[in-house]
Design a protein around this ligand. Structure first.
Ligand SMILES: *[C@@H]1O[C@H](CO)[C@@H](O)[C@H](O)[C@H]1NC(C)=O
Ligand SMILES: *[C@@H]1O[C@H](CO)[C@@H](O)[C@H](O)[C@H]1NC(C)=O
Ligand SMILES: *[C@@H]1O[C@H](CO)[C@@H](O)[C@H](O)[C@H]1NC(C)=O
Ligand SMILES: *[C@@H]1O[C@H](CO)[C@@H](O)[C@H](O)[C@H]1NC(C)=O
Ligand SMILES: *[C@@H]1O[C@H](CO)[C@@H](O)[C@H](O)[C@H]1NC(C)=O
Ligand SMILES: *[C@@H]1O[C@H](CO)[C@@H](O)[C@H](O)[C@H]1NC(C)=O
Length: 457
């Protein structure tokens, strides 16, 4: 059931940063960037440097922003938390002696939960809403976003935390505002039905052999980068008898223990590995996204088509045309899919965002050559396709429209985590922008339904 969430929020308790926090609204996660920006989708949001100036050009006025956000930092998923716990138990049961650097593990107790946002993750979203209000004050001072969220707990809660940050900035700018929390958020069910903020419908993608493409590519890379690390762990933790898969699980304890701390203090697990090893770990996560949901998977970008068709509708003010994952009942009703708003804010997951980037055509082969399963490619060499740059916890994409000078037509631009990602296939200018019409024309993959037909063969 779709319903309007009505939850009472305590505004008074908002803090944008604590004094010793590793995280702040403007820059995101700033502690130990030489490690912490290489944790793939388990990195906390950080502002990615933009080669193209990300500010709004002086001669332009923003007319529209669609924001799409990932939920904030969470505990491991239920199955992963069981695996990590078992890994720690195994170490405690079988390791006969701990070398000095590893001695803390002897007394380490596994206490992480499952699936829910951490306190740090909630704060990330408060910060994101605050930052959004300020970046887009031209629009936010007189327009409220239309909110939608996929209905899993951590996503809905993220949306609510975002509204807290937005409301705080709004009140700071206008003490007399008549806007108050809670904001209405339209929830899209994950358990059944059509949902453009959560993949699930395309059976060939969900159940078919395309799922193996991700695992196979990751397994090859694992066999390249992990053996030396595994050998070192087995030397320092005699008796652990790790295989390479255990090494990745063990490395995961670093980001997860870091975001389990309210201020994001870097976990002692992180220091057991070099910056170069973290880059290899990050590349392992990047391969998972590229071959699982991105351009490396034959049906990955198709999962993002429904959302892109909704975006086209919003950006052009025309009704949604889509035969994939949109819900026609919702999208043909002005109450659940208005077309006259200037600001839209949607909340989803990392995998869905990767599919949407693919459906937007942001990383074609000319920009991101098919990622090698044996040689690490840097984020810069991959045209920005790096899971930490694209879908960290609290990731956000902004799709902006702007009216510049006396131009006859508005321009479109996309930023992912503050980095301008130049538009492809529509004759982008030096600022990465295209005219609205050319941009919509360039989205023919999405507007023609992607490869949705192949979902049900
Ligand atoms: C870890 O596993 C042990 C043994 O099965 C169990 O007693 C404990 O509750 C688990 N801890 C967590 C945090 O899941
Ligand atoms: C985030 O939102 C949830 C759900 O509304 C709320 O319980 C929690 O207190 C919020 N977090 C913070 C830090 O305000
Ligand atoms: C808030 O005030 C504006 C005009 O200042 C008005 O248009 C709007 O309806 C008011 N909203 C509420 C919720 O009272
Ligand atoms: C579409 O949305 C309507 C209204 O919320 C809901 O009743 C219906 O079950 C949804 N249909 C699908 C296929 O998701
Ligand atoms: C690994 O990469 C090679 C070269 O691109 C490719 O031919 C092969 O299919 C890939 N293997 C897997 C399992 O991804
Ligand atoms: C839901 O999606 C399916 C598959 O694309 C489509 O056939 C159906 O018409 C959609 N339902 C609604 C209510 O839009």
């Amino acid at each position: 059931m779709v319903f309007l969430a009505s939850v009472w929020l305590v505004v008074a308790s908002i803090h944008l940063v604590t004094a010793d926090s590793c995280d702040n609204a403007e820059d995101g996660y700033t502690c130990s960037p030489e490690f912490s920006h290489s944790w793939g989708q388990y990195s906390g949001f950080f502002s990615v440097p933009s080669e193209i100036d990300a500010s709004v050009p002086a001669e332009c006025e923003l007319t529209f922003v669609q924001m799409l956000s990932r939920h904030g930092a969470r505990d491991p998923t239920a199955s992963k938390t069981a695996t990590y716990n078992a890994t720690v138990q195994r170490i405690h049961d079988s390791v006969t002696a701990y070398s000095e650097e590893y001695a803390f593990i002897k007394d380490y107790e596994y206490t992480l939960g499952a699936d829910q946002l951490t306190t740090f993750g909630q704060q990330e979203l408060i910060n994101a809403g605050y930052k959004f209000y300020q970046r887009y004050e031209q629009l936010t001072s007189s327009n409220m976003p239309f909110f939608r969220s996929s209905d899993q707990d951590r996503v809905v809660e993220s949306a609510q935390n975002w509204t807290q940050g937005f409301q705080q900035a709004l009140q700071e700018a206008n003490a007399d505002t008549n806007v108050s929390l809670p904001y209405a958020i339209l929830l899209l069910p994950e358990e059944s039905g059509n949902n453009t903020l959560n993949h699930d419908l395309c059976t060939a993608f969900e159940d078919g052999p395309v799922g193996d493409i991700k695992g196979n590519a990751q397994a090859i890379w694992l066999s390249v980068f992990a053996p030396d690390i595994t050998a070192r762990l087995n030397e320092n933790l005699p008796g652990a008898n790790f295989a390479d898969e255990d090494t990745v699980n063990f490395m995961d304890l670093c980001p997860y223990n870091t975001v389990a701390d309210a201020s994001g203090t870097v976990s002692p697990f992180c220091g057991l590995f070099t910056a170069d090893e973290w880059l290899s770990y990050g590349y392992y996560q990047t391969l998972g996204k590229y071959y699982g949901y991105g351009p490396g998977n034959p049906l990955g970008p198709t999962q993002g088509v429904g959302f892109v068709n909704e975006l086209v509708a919003r950006a052009t003010g025309r009704a949604v045309v889509d035969g994939t994952s949109t819900n026609a009942t919702l999208d043909s009703d002005g109450a659940t899919f208005p077309l006259d708003r200037k600001l839209y804010a949607d909340f989803s997951h990392d995998n869905d965002m990767v599919g949407i980037y693919g459906a937007l055509g942001l990383f074609p082969a000319e920009v991101t050559a098919p990622l090698s399963n044996t040689t690490r490619t840097s984020a810069a060499d991959a045209g920005g396709f790096d899971s930490a740059w694209l879908v960290p916890f609290a990731a956000r994409m902004y799709v902006e429209k702007m009216q510049c000078g006396t131009d006859a037509e508005e321009k479109v631009r996309i930023l992912v985590n503050d980095r301008v990602v130049p538009l492809q296939g529509c004759g982008a200018d030096e600022l990465g922008r295209c005219g609205l019409g050319d941009w919509v024309d360039s989205l023919s993959f999405a507007t023609s339904g992607g490869l949705w037909d192949e979902c049900f063969v």
